[in-house]
Design a protein around this ligand. Structure first.
Ligand code: 13P
Length: 255
């Protein structure tokens, strides 16, 4: 059985003071929810205070990016060891990093290997643009991203990953995918590709989230799909009703 995982990607939002207020406000409600993993991914600057605020809870912490190198002259970068001091998870290959900061599948692949080598659980993002979606290239694009991101990993390593299927046209647009649409990409393309590259047991063991305009009022529909194991939530993770979203997810998963 795959344990659902709900993660909040705060992106470039919240100062340390805002993060402190917000986490104080939501941590009790979030911690009380059982049956799903809960992860907050604040900006780097707030990771230490949020780690402290969550120390008596089961809520876990993730970073939004990381470099693959151990250390060195990489101004502005954060190493796997630095992330590992604070976090259990790290988001890798988010479409915003690919689009605005030139990240490639090859770079994401190096980051995944570095994260695993440091005991971090990568949340690996894949997803097609609206143009690719409209041209029926989703399978080819997402399958290709996954193949290149997983290059050189063994089956056991793949089971340690969380994959986030985030169609770019659904991110921040209010235009979420349907659960049937996302579920079919996750089931057929993502698990299908993993099954072809490894085996069916590995494909069935990997947790795959959906991301893109997830809100309290559509999360139940996604959770009810047997191939969707949770969500990577952007905008809606910045509001107190993120607790409600996670509660609904816990209550409706596997329905
Ligand atoms: P929104 O939930 O704001 O659409 O963002 C999704 C996302 O990119 C999470 O990583």
């Amino acid at each position: 059985m795959r344990k659902p995982i709900l993660a909040g990607n705060w992106k470039m939002h919240m100062t340390i003071a805002e993060a402190t207020d917000f986490v104080r406000n939501i941590r009790r409600g979030l911690n009380d929810i059982r049956g799903v993993d809960r992860v907050l991914c604040p900006p780097f600057t707030s990771l230490p205070i949020v780690k402290e605020l969550l120390s008596a809870t089961q809520i876990e912490l993730g970073a939004q990016n990381m470099h693959w190198e151990e250390k060195g002259a990489y101004t502005g970068e954060i190493s796997p060891q630095m992330v590992q001091e604070l976090c259990q998870y790290v988001i890798l290959g988010h479409s915003e990093r690919r689009a605005y900061f030139g990240e490639t599948d090859e770079g994401v692949n190096r980051k995944i290997k570095a994260a695993l080598a440091h005991g971090l659980k990568p949340i690996v993002c894949v997803g097609e643009t609206e143009e690719q979606h409209d041209a029926d290239q989703t399978e080819q694009v997402v399958g290709g991203q996954l193949r290149d991101c997983l290059a050189g990993l063994n089956a056991h390593e793949v089971t340690q990953l969380v994959i986030a299927y985030e169609p770019i046209w659904a991110i921040g647009t209010g235009k979420a995918a349907t659960s049937a649409g996302a579920g079919s990409v996750i089931g057929l393309t993502i698990r299908g590709t993993i099954s072809t590259l490894y085996d069916e047991a590995t494909a069935q063991a990997v947790r795959v989230q959906y991301g893109g305009s997830v809100k309290p009022d559509n999360i139940a529909e996604f959770m009810a799909h047997p191939d969707i194991d949770g969500a990577l939530v952007g905008g809606a993770s910045l509001k107190p009703d993120f607790v409600e979203l996670v509660r609904i997810a816990a209550e409706t998963s596997g329905v």
